[in-house]
Design a protein around this ligand. Structure first.
Ligand code: RAM
Length: 529
């Protein structure tokens, strides 16, 4: 079955989303220099931009900060008239260490196609090459794989046409923090800036598309920084505008060649549509959008019901990726899923109560799968249903997952103890701060590996009244990436194993990943009040 047959599009929503697409801003950025000290002796034989390059010689350019954009190369030659093509390789890297890795040694489970490396045969010199593909990088390595002995290649000019939809004029000032906080905030804003393209992309190197788990955290940072709220609105309409046939919100959306939901669905990601809509309403007060998108939110809650047993406990699953939580294939997701469901149900209750004050105004015509007319009677019925359901499933969570001996939540048949389970149970309102303290006393507890999961853990600490601890953890964890030289924050960072990759090789890891822009959100919102 092809993807199209399982996708349902709502053209009205898609048109609304498209009308809100932001303008892309272009800037020409030139290298600030060549990398002379750090790596040149190991792998680079030449660092002089104007010097001629022969076979086996290379040039490493440093653009000074992370860029997302298109590369132009102006090339010439010295010596005899070129009598053979130049065979040139161009590699792009967000971090220098990517260039030390052997592209051919990667045999992981996601496509090698993501590796940012191209080869050209250049027949005529001088020439200008405008590379058609968009790249994410700070460093560019030009390697002459072969050139005739009668001439040498000259690199006259290289520049990047950088693109973003982030408008720096709108960026709210951050002026209250310590200098360390200011560094974390600056890098987080740069991360967000680079991921703000037509939509909030997850990472401009990979996967370069709209994922809902990422969108939610980007939107939170955006409300404190760029405040380009129409972009969030556009993304919400995209998710509601292209769903699976049963109305389920997909984990991610492709924009090209046309807008289409991916056939990947995950229990938590579908539910996060509700939380993202609630956050959007809190930030903007845009009730009209809530009215239009409420049926999509409600549908996610309805669809989630089939995952529960009659006692209100979520069924575990061994299907890989049934629920995301963190990039950790050994993490059991059952308890986290229950917590996420409770968290999103509360968000739905808030939205429903918002509509309750708006009786009779609802417009649900755009979603025929939801038999709902927003009237005062059925809104009240929904509020009652949601409250009853929350009570039942919160009780079930406490009874089924809490282990009174260790004082923490356990997950799955193996009764796994993880930081993720504790965080989500606190956020879901099924436990108090004690489980966050108790888990710290269990050395074998499964830790977190992504800034995405750390974000939720920090939110849980704040929700449990542990603001100082939360901010200390944030400074320590994101500060670890700063100490490793990060220009933008990464998709995955495990301080205990900095080389870790969920994909079977770090060459495909993304080092500018928007779900890691949390410091801009937390430091602006909580550090100084
Ligand atoms: C990664 C994506 C994205 C995330 C999904 C679950 O591959 O880059 O950030 O949301 O996985």
């Amino acid at each position: 079955m092809d993807n199209k047959s399982c996708v349902r599009n709502n053209e009205i929503f898609i048109e609304k989303a498209k009308a809100l697409f932001p303008k892309l801003r272009k800037t020409e950025v030139f290298p600030v220099g060549n990398v002379r000290e750090s790596l040149k002796t190991e792998i680079f034989s030449k660092t002089d931009l104007t010097g001629p390059l022969g076979t086996g010689e290379s040039l490493l350019l440093d653009f000074g900060d992370h860029q997302v954009g298109y590369l132009t190369l102006k090339l010439g030659y010295t010596g005899s008239h070129p009598d053979a093509p130049v065979w040139l390789r161009v590699r792009f890297a967000e971090r220098l260490q990517e260039l030390k890795e052997d592209v051919n040694a990667y045999h992981g489970w996601i496509s090698k196609g993501w590796i940012q490396s191209e080869e050209f045969h250049i027949d005529i010199l001088p020439t200008v090459i405008k590379m058609p593909r968009r790249y994410a990088f700070r460093y560019v390595l030009l390697e002459v794989l072969d050139v005739s002995s009668k001439f040498q290649l000259i690199v006259d000019e290289v520049f990047c046409t950088a693109v973003t939809s982030a408008d720096d004029v709108l960026l709210q000032l951050f002026n209250n923090g310590s200098s360390e906080d200011a560094v974390l905030d600056r890098i987080a804003c740069r991360t967000l800036h680079e991921c703000m393209q037509t939509v909030f992309e997850d990472g401009p190197k990979r996967d370069r598309r709209l994922w809902i788990g990422d969108l939610r955290l980007q939107a939170l940072a955006n409300y404190e920084t760029y405040r380009q709220n129409d972009m969030v609105k556009s993304c919400l309409y995209l998710f509601a505008g292209s769903t699976l046939a049963d109305g389920r919100v997909s984990a991610c959306i492709f924009l090209e060649p046309e807008i289409e939901a991916d056939d990947t669905v995950m229990f938590d990601y579908s539910l996060f549509f509700i939380a993202a809509l609630r956050d959007y309403y809190e930030a903007t007060g845009d009730l009209e959008t809530v009215r239009e998108l409420y049926p999509t939110a409600l549908r996610q809650w309805q669809l989630a019901q089939t995952n529960f047993d009659e006692t209100g406990v979520i069924r575990d699953s061994d299907v890989m990726g049934w629920c995301f939580v963190d990039w950790d294939l050994h993490l059991n997701k059952q308890a986290s899923a229950q917590g996420i469901y409770l968290y999103c149900s509360r968000a739905l209750l808030e939205l429903t109560k918002t509509l309750d004050g708006d009786k009779g105004q609802g417009n649900t015509e755009n979603d025929p799968s939801v038999c709902l007319k927003i009237t005062s009677e059925n809104i009240q019925r929904l509020i009652d249903d949601l409250e009853l359901d929350l009570e039942k499933k919160t009780k079930a969570a406490k009874a089924y997952f809490y282990d009174s001996v260790s004082g923490v939540m356990v997950s799955g048949v193996s009764r796994q103890i993880s930081y993720a389970s504790q965080a989500w149970m606190v956020l879901g309102g099924a436990a108090d701060a004690s489980i966050l303290e108790n888990v710290e006393r269990i050395p074998a507890a499964h830790k977190m590996v992504t800034p995405y999961m750390y974000h939720h853990y920090i939110e849980a600490l704040i929700c449990a009244g542990e603001k100082k601890k939360a901010l200390d953890l944030l400074r320590n964890y994101w500060g670890g990436m700063v100490n490793e030289g990060a220009d933008t924050f990464w998709e995955l960072y495990n301080p205990e194993n900095p080389q870790e990759s969920p994909y079977g090789g770090s060459i495909v890891n993304s080092y500018c990943h928007a779900w890691s822009c949390g410091p801009a959100y937390f430091l602006r919102k909580y550090a100084h009040n």
